[in-house]
Design a binder for this molecule. Structure first.
Ligand SMILES: CCCC(=O)SCCNC(=O)CCNC(=O)[C@H](O)C(C)(C)COP(=O)(O)OP(=O)(O)OC[C@H]1O[C@@H](n2cnc3c(N)ncnc32)[C@H](O)[C@@H]1OP(=O)(O)O
Length: 300
């Protein structure tokens, strides 16, 4: 399913309420305005009341004002705390990161008292529409888990599989990425990839096909996989790319956006509610796609 079609699907849930932490950001408010124009979402905006009132008047047409409530917060930390609490208390069903550092909002999400923990690993899943590439590609984890171990990688895969299902990819093909497609004991990512593949074959990782290690080119290009003579049902056909660490994922995410001009929608999965988490520099369009992705993921 292309990202634009997620926006159409999200209109089936016009009442989905989104709590936005530190919403005083033009791209965030443009995305809010676009969602309202498309016909979905109600928004509680946390942040500086006077700045928010001005920005809402500038960016949101009068007809959309009924769907917006502004709640004053004096600092980013307070805005993150209040927005997370609103989701915890079921006042909202989706959390959205505004103009606040990722670590600030994630710390609030992980708060034991009012946060959105479930006992599972929370992880970031990004869905890309890459120009001239025929199908959506999911990348995980580019933004939350810094250096996941094998157990965390299994949960990261399960979260991504849930997101894939929500956008219509059943039995996704999962490629744990490394620098090479053979197991090299000097490269820990290749050993984890091999273990994940075996866990999948033995039924420890369900509802997907995992095969790796694969380098990026063999994962996404049939020609490249054939050229190297790789025998794998995932090689050349990967739906989900599992990166070994946050640096690889973040660089891949930003390369796709800045070099390849890909469109992205991204969220944190595994929490009590989906969390819209894009880069602060991402466009309003990406934030709109992320909202649609989160709403579709919560209403699958
Ligand atoms: C791609 C576009 C967007 C971006 O560019 S984002 C930029 C890059 N991202 C970041 O800067 C965030 C990277 N991650 C972090 O900073 C940290 O891992 C994070 C999420 C803030 C957590 O850090 P801390 O609060 O220091 O956490 P900690 O490791 O001391 O753990 C505290 C408690 O939380 C738990 N926890 C941490 N990460 C978790 C996870 N993924 N899922 C579930 N639980 C998790 C952890 O087990 C610990 O629990 P407990 O207190 O022992 O019960």
């Amino acid at each position: 399913m292309k990202l634009q079609s997620l926006v159409t699907k999200a209109t089936q849930f016009p009442e989905a309420t989104v709590a936005v932490a530190a919403a005083e950001d033009e791209e965030v408010l443009k995305a809010v305005a676009q969602a309202l124009q498309a016909g979905f979402g109600r928004f509680i905006l946390y942040g500086d009341e006077s700045v928010l009132s001005r920005l809402v008047a500038e960016h949101v047409q009068d007809v959309g004002h009924d769907a917006i409530r502004i709640v004053h917060a004096s600092t980013n930390e307070e805005a993150a705390h209040m927005a997370v609490k609103a989701v915890h208390e079921k006042e909202a069903s989706v959390l959205m990161k505004g103009n606040v550092p990722t670590a600030t909002i994630l710390k609030a999400v992980l708060n034991k008292e009012y946060g959105l923990r479930t006992g599972r690993v929370l992880s970031h899943v990004a869905v890309f529409d890459v120009p001239h590439y025929e199908r959506p590609i999911l990348v995980t984890d580019a933004a939350m888990n810094i250096a996941p171990d094998l157990q965390q990688k299994t949960e990261i895969i399960m979260n991504a599989v849930q997101v894939a299902k929500a956008i219509g990819i059943h039995m996704p093909k999962v490629a744990p990425l490394a620098a090479v497609e053979v197991v090299n004991p000097a490269m820990p990512a290749t050993i984890d990839a091999a273990a994940l593949s075996l866990m999948n074959q033995r039924g420890q990782l369900k509802d997907c096909i995992v095969d790796g290690p694969l380098a990026l080119d063999n994962a996404i290009s049939v020609e490249s996989a054939q050229h190297k003579g790789i025998q794998s049902s995932v090689a050349g056909h990967a739906d989900i790319l599992v990166v070994p660490n946050i640096e690889t994922g973040n660089v891949l995410y930003k390369s796709l956006v800045y070099f390849a001009r890909a469109q992205v929608g991204a969220m944190i999965a595994g929490a009590k509610a989906p969390i819209v988490l894009t880069s602060r520099a991402d466009s309003a369009e990406s934030k709109l796609y992320s909202l649609a992705l989160a709403i579709c993921a919560t209403n699958k």
